[in-house]
Design a protein around this ligand. Structure first.
Ligand SMILES: NC(=O)c1ccc[n+]([C@@H]2O[C@H](COP(=O)([O-])OP(=O)(O)OC[C@H]3O[C@@H](n4cnc5c(N)ncnc54)[C@H](OP(=O)(O)O)[C@@H]3O)[C@@H](O)[C@H]2O)c1
Ligand SMILES: *[C@@H]1O[C@H](CO)[C@@H](O)[C@H](O)[C@H]1NC(C)=O
Ligand SMILES: *[C@@H]1O[C@H](CO)[C@@H](O)[C@H](O)[C@H]1NC(C)=O
Length: 279
């Protein structure tokens, strides 16, 4: 699909030299829902079109981002040939934590897929095709990297045994529920099809009370859930992925936080971006 963004330039005296090549683009980009009749222009107006290249809808992007890691992880879990030494082909690990990790990982991505289909109200139009390669490259490679080590036949279980595994599991589950609660709260903020922006506030669900302290609790919970997964598997690549995700999430959260502060004059001052009182 090719989408053209329409640029409007209100040039009232539109005598542009025939030889002119560079225009002064002091124009504003039209929003999708604006109609010609109501535009604040005189009798003449010029439109400039920009080709944004091939585009995909956000739903498609989210789904491809999530299906990849799900399938890739399972390939390692089932010890498909050519991954580990042939004698391990199609064998299954004797450690309970390896199975638990697989359940958690799969659950995480299935949850995301279902949320994309049934919970999110995605307001952006589309995203450039080339972004999908970047995003999927990142998600798919890190899933493969983590899966390789967790499902490795020589994987060693966590140092503190069952207690450590359980602790990680509870942290992770708690954050998954929190994350889901936030997504539901964000969904309810916005009537279907509308583009109004509102400040998200805590609701009756205790998991959303963290909205008093941070602007992007969905990211806080996501980081928490990865920390839980790290504790549970005690695996260096997982810890590394958690760190990278935390940095990335902080960048997004700060951006979102700043735009909230700019957009709403009555924005709660107690809130930080992602970590209460810290970041
Ligand atoms: N480059 C960046 O700065 C940046 C930032 C965030 C995410 N991303 C991309 O998005 C992906 C993951 O981000 P994400 O899962 O957090 O999804 P997201 O694209 O940031 O958001 C998903 C949906 O929730 C809606 N929403 C959130 N807050 C809202 C509010 N206060 N009021 C009304 N609607 C609201 C969003 O609508 P609205 O768009 O209207 O808020 C959007 O429809 C990544 O793969 C990344 O590529 C990029
Ligand atoms: C996560 O929260 C931020 C801030 O409220 C929001 O912009 C973003 O869209 C949310 N992500 C999802 C998937 O809802
Ligand atoms: C939490 O939310 C973010 C974005 O809002 C999403 O990308 C992520 O997969 C979710 N994490 C968990 C643990 O469900």
């Amino acid at each position: 699909m090719f989408i053209f963004k329409v640029w409007l330039i209100s040039i009232f005296c539109s005598q542009v030299e025939p030889t002119a090549t560079v225009l002064d683009i002091k124009s504003k980009c039209l929003r999708d829902e604006e109609i010609l009749q109501t535009l604040p222009v005189g009798t003449t107006a010029s439109f400039y079109f920009r080709d944004l290249g091939p585009q995909l809808t956000w739903g498609t992007v989210f789904l491809t981002e999530c299906v990849g890691p799900l399938v890739i992880y399972l390939m390692f879990y089932f010890h498909l040939p050519f991954i580990y030494s042939p004698k391990y082909d199609f064998t299954s690990s004797k450690h309970w934590v390896v199975h638990l990790a697989c359940i958690c990982h799969s659950f995480h991505y299935i949850k995301r897929i279902l949320e994309t289909m049934f919970v999110h109200r995605i307001s952006h139009g589309t995203m450039p095709l080339k972004n999908i390669f970047k995003n999927c490259g990142y998600y798919w490679c890190s899933a493969a990297w983590m899966a390789y080590y967790i499902n490795h036949p020589l994987y060693t279980t966590p140092y503190y045994g069952q207690m450590q595994v359980n602790t990680g599991l509870y942290v992770s589950l708690f954050c998954q529920i929190g994350n889901f609660s936030i997504h539901v709260a964000l969904r309810n903020l916005k009537p279907p099809g509308s583009k109004v922006k509102k400040i998200p506030y805590p609701t009756k669900n205790p998991f959303t009370w963290i909205f008093w302290l941070v602007s992007c609790p969905n990211y806080t919970y996501e980081v928490g859930s990865w920390i839980g997964f790290t504790v549970m598997t005690q695996c260096v690549p997982v810890a590394f992925f958690t760190l990278v995700a935390f940095i990335q999430m902080t960048v997004w959260a700060r951006g979102k936080h700043c735009s909230y502060v700019k957009e709403f004059r009555d924005y709660p001052t107690l809130r930080s971006s992602i970590l209460p009182f810290i970041l």
